[in-house]
Design a protein around this ligand. Structure first.
Ligand code: PGA
Length: 253
């Protein structure tokens, strides 16, 4: 059975002190009332080592929101996959639409990042998704397929087993406008089909595909009820314990 996962993406929010406090509170809440899914929090780089000390890693996994496309050396301001791993983190988000749109991350750059993350024993949460104009033009499947092909298709099946996919329609991120559960299910089934075609049905069956984009406690249960939706990548609602836990608890009956 593939993993059910709820992952938080803090983005560029919270000072170190605020982030540590949030992690502590979340850890307490999930220790008292254990989740039935995997939970991951992805934080700014500077929070990782401190947050790692505050969480029970058997309950909450830790991840970064990005890593460099180079191994090491004279790349001022960059943080390598090996550095991320050395903080205690086990995951890294790659290919988020904000990285693609604002920092020019192409499929080729992301391919390097994915390779380095996997080589450093990090699991990758790889984001894909179309912008509004692409959906309005009916091109969403084509766009998402190209994103998968461009960065992941040279991986082995074994490497892909350390990749979690996150479908995040860009028009739903931070807009309050969630995809309907049918739209999510249609796309997730399509993505699983693309993975099956390339890597085989057994690999596709084991690949977790998360939905992201204005997921909140009020819509999580409906989204997660769909057979191909294996959890969520949560932005805004991951910044408050009650909201994030509400989404985590959507996996409970
Ligand atoms: P949102 O962000 O939940 O705030 O829409 C999701 C994401 O960008 O990962």
């Amino acid at each position: 059975m593939r993993k059910k996962i709820v992952a938080g993406n803090w983005k560029m929010n919270k000072t170190l002190q605020e982030g540590v406090a949030l992690a502590k509170d979340l850890n307490a809440a999930l220790t008292a009332d254990k989740p039935v899914c995997d939970v991951v929090i992805c934080t700014p780089f500077i929070h990782l080592a401190s947050v790692n000390n505050e969480i029970d890693k058997s309950i909450i996994g830790l991840g970064a929101e990005n890593c460099a496309d180079k191994v090491s050396g004279a790349y001022t301001g960059e943080v390598s996959a090996a550095m991320v791993k050395s903080t205690g983190a086990d995951y890294v988000i790659l290919g988020h639409s904000e990285r693609r749109a604002y920092y020019g991350e192409t499929a080729a750059i992301l391919k390097e990042k994915v390779n380095l993350a996997l080589a450093n024993d990090l699991k990758v949460i790889f984001c894909i998704g179309e912008v509004l104009e692409e959906r309005e033009a009916g091109k969403q499947n084509e766009v998402v397929k190209e994103q998968l092909e461009g960065s992941l298709f040279e991986l082995s099946a074994e490497q892909l087993s350390n990749v979690v996919l996150a479908y995040e329609p860009v028009w739903a991120i931070g807009t309050g406008k969630t995809a309907t559960s049918e739209q999510a299910e249609d796309m997730h089934a399509f993505i699983r089909g693309v993975i099956a075609e390339k890597f085989g049905a057994a690999v596709a069956e084991e690949t977790s595909i998360l939905y992201g984009g204005s997921c909140k406690p009020s819509n999580a249960k409906e989204l997660f009820s769909k057979p191909n939706v294996d959890g969520g990548l949560i932005g805004g609602a991951a910044l408050e314990v009650a909201d994030f836990k509400g989404i985590i608890d959507a996996w409970k009956n």
